[in-house]
Design a binder for this molecule. Structure first.
Ligand code: PRP
Ligand code: URA
Length: 209
């Protein structure tokens, strides 16, 4: 599928299966989300540009590769995005962070914004938007719109599960933003949940219901 990368690494798929299992505990779910974010983070940062810098090893001078440009931004869509964010910050500790507070209205499935805070110079940075679930895509579309309004031009969207309906809507709204996901599931159910899915990611992470 165009503009979508499915991260099919065996470790990702194995961990995802445990996360989907309704018997997995809150602590287990949270730990796995953090672990899987390291593997997804490896893929979503694969094409970061490198430059070189001169360093002295104990043996000689060398021109060694180093990341080019300004530090990237992880934009976490609250709440569940924070489950991916923590592992990603282990991977790129110097990254900047944006928080986009959105929740789905349970009846209309519209995304309602309640918080936004981001670095002021988004225009100069790669922005990786993170949220485990791309269902109707209302939340992802709104989050990316907001980040673009604040100047972001170079974005990627990273999730764990995506519904085909969500991918189609997101790609129409933001054709310039590539999607990275661990799985494209079958469909959305009548309540807008991804099936087979893993349930409500925020509730499973935080033990709320
Ligand atoms: C979940 C999920 C996404 C959104 C996806 O968040 O983390 O943000 O739903 O659904 P959509 O693609 O149909 O918009 P939720 O609104 O449940 O908030 P929470 O993370 O605070 O639980
Ligand atoms: N949000 C979730 O957390 N899970 C879904 O299946 C759909 C939206």
């Amino acid at each position: 599928m165009q503009n979508v990368t499915v991260v099919s690494h065996p470790l990702v798929q194995h961990k995802l299966t445990i996360m989907r299992n309704k018997e997995t505990s809150t602590a287990g779910f949270r730990r796995l989300l953090r672990e899987i974010s390291l593997l997804l983070g490896y893929e979503v940062t694969r094409e970061l540009e490198l430059t070189t810098t001169t360093i002295e090893t104990p043996l000689q001078t060398m021109e060694a590769p180093t990341l080019e440009g300004k530090k990237l931004v992880f934009a976490s869509v609250l709440r569940a995005g924070n489950g991916l964010l923590e592992g990603l910050l282990d991977l790129v500790p110097a990254a900047r962070v944006a928080h986009v507070g959105l929740y789905r209205d349970h009846d209309t499935l519209e995304a309602i914004e309640y918080f936004f805070k981001a670095p002021s110079d988004l225009a100069d940075r790669l922005v990786i938007v993170v949220d485990p679930m791309l269902a109707t895509a209302n939340s992802a579309i709104a989050a990316v719109e907001k980040l673009k309004q604040r100047g972001a031009t170079n974005l990627r969207f990273l999730c764990l599960l995506a519904a085909p309906e969500g991918i189609e809507r997101f790609t129409k709204a933001h054709p310039d933003v590539p999607i990275f996901t661990a799985s494209i599931d079958e469909r959305l159910n009548e309540k807008g949940y991804i099936v087979p899915g893993l349930g409500d990611a925020g509730d499973r992470m935080y033990g709320t219901k």
